[in-house]
Design a protein around this ligand. Structure first.
Ligand SMILES: [Zn+2]
Length: 223
């Protein structure tokens, strides 16, 4: 059996906001997602203010990930999914867990912080199944990504620490700070002096001083 969902999803105005709603839940939570997307203009299909319950139903609707529930059977729709199944699953997990934020970030502190080199999407993280055990990994979940990043947690965190150490100021640099500051100050003083000079010069040329108008000499003056 085939059920076409394409006709059901002709909603180009709401589509980006609905996608944003899912992304925001994944990034923060249900509540702020509702607040932000409605503030950005997400309404009901008929353009009315979106009730909270409708929003809650919407973010649990598998239709947006490409699925259709028909008489209790879950089938792949023929419509283009609005969001990835991965994002949908993350959102559902989050909604079912309540407030899982802390736990997730303790395990994967770089999740949502490091971006994929292939497409720029923020990497997600989780436990990936290996042949014998589960591994903590970070990866790019973007379907269209041409060069999706997949990296073990240990490796990514080690690389990140390495990067931080590169960014830390060296003793040599710290010792230079007074010299740099003095040089900056001199340059700044020079700029101020030049500006002042230019200002005064312009005042000199544009300066208008009303001259006393000598009265015309009249014949009567010589009397
Ligand atoms: Zn990517």
């Amino acid at each position: 059996m085939r059920v076409s969902g394409a006709a059901r999803f002709t909603d180009p105005e709401r589509a980006p906001l609905i996608r944003k709603a899912f992304e925001l839940i994944a990034e923060s939570d249900h509540k702020s997602s509702f607040r932000l997307t409605t503030a950005m203009g997400l309404t009901t299909r008929s353009g009315r203010p979106l009730p909270k319950q409708t929003f809650s139903r919407m973010i649990r609707n598998e239709f947006y990930a490409g699925w259709i529930i028909n008489n209790g059977t879950r089938i792949k729709g023929t419509h283009d999914p609005l969001i990835s199944e991965e994002l949908f699953a993350r959102v559902q997990a989050k909604l079912n867990r309540g407030t899982p934020h802390k736990q997730v970030h303790e395990d994967f502190p770089l999740r949502g912080f490091v971006r994929c080199a292939g497409c720029g999407t923020k990497l997600t993280a989780g436990m990936a199944k290996g042949r014998t055990e589960r591994y903590a990994r970070y990866w790019c979940w973007q379907k269209g990504c041409v060069r999706p990043i997949g990296v073990s947690r240990d490796e990514l965190e080690a690389q990140f620490k390495g990067l931080l150490s590169l960014m830390g100021p060296t003793a040599e640099f710290l010792a230079q700070i007074p010299v740099i500051a003095a040089r900056e100050w001199e340059a700044r003083k020079g700029r101020i002096a030049r500006l002042r000079g230019a200002f005064q010069a312009s005042r000199g040329t544009n300066h208008f001083e009303p001259k006393a108008h000598p009265r015309k000499v009249a014949r009567g003056d010589f009397r």
